[in-house]
Design a protein around this ligand. Structure first.
Ligand SMILES: NC(=O)c1ccc[n+]([C@@H]2O[C@H](COP(=O)([O-])OP(=O)(O)OC[C@H]3O[C@@H](n4cnc5c(N)ncnc54)[C@H](O)[C@@H]3O)[C@@H](O)[C@H]2O)c1
Ligand SMILES: O=P(O)(O)OC[C@H](O)CO
Length: 349
């Protein structure tokens, strides 16, 4: 299959390697000329994947029209904040080229301002004539480990049924197992909201809190992810899977995670602006904390960890106030959250 990878960052590059290994004809699009040159001439992308050698069959271009013309499937691996403009530009090119493609995105976040999931943004910006389906690929998958071919499992979901089958077939191999999932909303929301909890865990880790505390925030974090996700239309059971608890664990417990590292740097006293500027890669959880906080207010959903993190990031709540406001909340039952949602869901079958 001819596949274009839109984005030459960490994840786009590691996924291009998976697709190339599967025998697909992969062309990457990048806006940075030096990166495109490095991929074509040096067969590496050291700013994002330091010690990784790329196959010479993986090519790159800085011409988006060439990339769009190449692909039967376009994999969008750019940050959420770039998705709308990217989709709008691609739509114009597809119309000019009179072409219909399968779109698959891999971004994990909610759009700032609109609070929309990425597939919703893509549906708004792409004409129906220009795509066969819109899919997402998500799950516990650090680019650094995918590029080393360490066993990884992810899920794909899509607007229609056709897209996820093609995405599954295109990516699956012995190192990279792809499941399909009907629950597009749950898959996208789980991938987006786990980044909030990963920032919170990074802060706790940086402040020297112990494993008891981190386990509590991961577990209770999953409950609030499920509460908001279910309100947004997700199946609560999806949060028990790879794109829910799976991705939450891998992101909140790993030094590979930019969101976890962002939290640690905040705890060391660095400013959010400096961290984002120096990371050199996207930290999706920051904008998504804001979007999820606003949604929790709009829907009146109890999301204590997200709310406290929002106040800590954007309204200078102190660490001590943040900690005590969580621990000293009104008494509540553990089973009110995710467990109740799951029970209702199972009872309804
Ligand atoms: N890195 C991972 O391990 C990983 C794993 C799964 C999902 N993701 C998700 O994939 C998405 C991309 O992440 P990444 O890690 O590859 O990010 P990255 O920061 O490593 O790379 C982003 C790429 O997008 C390009 N880009 C940024 N803004 C752009 C714009 N306005 N127009 C065109 N190109 C633009 C950058 O030049 C770069 O090539 C994120 O939503 C992330 O959450 C990342
Ligand atoms: O580096 P992060 O924090 O963006 O997380 C990467 C992936 O989403 C892990 O699955």
């Amino acid at each position: 299959m001819k596949i274009s990878m839109i984005g030459t960052g960490s994840f786009g590059t590691s996924l291009a390697m998976v697709l190339d290994e599967n025998g697909h004809d992969v062309l990457m699009y990048g806006r940075n000329d030096d990166t495109v040159h490095e991929i074509n001439q040096e067969h590496s992308n050291k700013n994002y994947l330091k010690d990784i050698k790329l196959n010479e069959t993986i090519k790159a271009t800085n011409d988006l029209e060439v990339a769009v013309a190449h692909g039967e499937m376009l994999v969008l691996a750019v940050p959420v904040k770039a998705m709308r403009t990217m989709a709008r530009t691609i739509n114009v090119i597809l119309t000019e080229q009179n072409k219909k493609v399968l779109i698959c995105h891999v971004a994990k976040g909610l759009e700032l301002g609109t609070h929309k999931r990425v597939s919703e943004v893509l549906q708004e910006e792409l004409s129906e004539n220009n795509y066969t389906d819109i899919a997402v690929l998500s799950g516990p998958s650090h680019a650094e480990e995918v590029s080393l071919m360490l066993p990884t499992t992810v899920s794909t979901a899509s607007v229609n049924e056709s897209g996820r089958k093609i995405v599954q077939d295109a990516f699956i191999n012995k190192h990279f197992r792809v499941y399909e999932n009907k629950d597009l909303i749950g898959v996208e929301v789980g991938g987006a909201l786990k980044n909030i909890i990963a920032i919170a865990i990074g802060i706790l880790d940086g402040l020297g809190f112990g494993d008891n505390t981190k386990s509590a925030v991961i577990t209770r974090g999953l409950h609030e992810i499920a509460r908001l996700g279910t309100k947004m239309g997700a199946d609560p059971l999806t949060f028990m899977g790879l794109t829910g608890v799976g991705d939450l664990i891998v992101t909140a417990m790993s030094e590979h995670s930019r969101n976890f590292r962002c939290g640690k740097m905040l705890a060391s006293g660095q400013s959010l602006d400096d961290i984002i500027e120096n990371m050199g890669m996207v930290v999706e959880g920051v904008n998504t904390t804001k979007a999820a906080y606003e949604l929790s207010q709009q829907f009146d959903i109890d999301m204590p960890i997200t709310n406290v993190l929002y106040l800590y990031l954007f309204e200078e709540l102190s660490e001590e106030e943040a900690f005590y406001s969580l621990m000293m909340r009104d008494k509540t039952s553990e089973t009110d959250g995710l467990i109740a949602l799951m029970k209702n869901r199972i009872d309804s079958e």
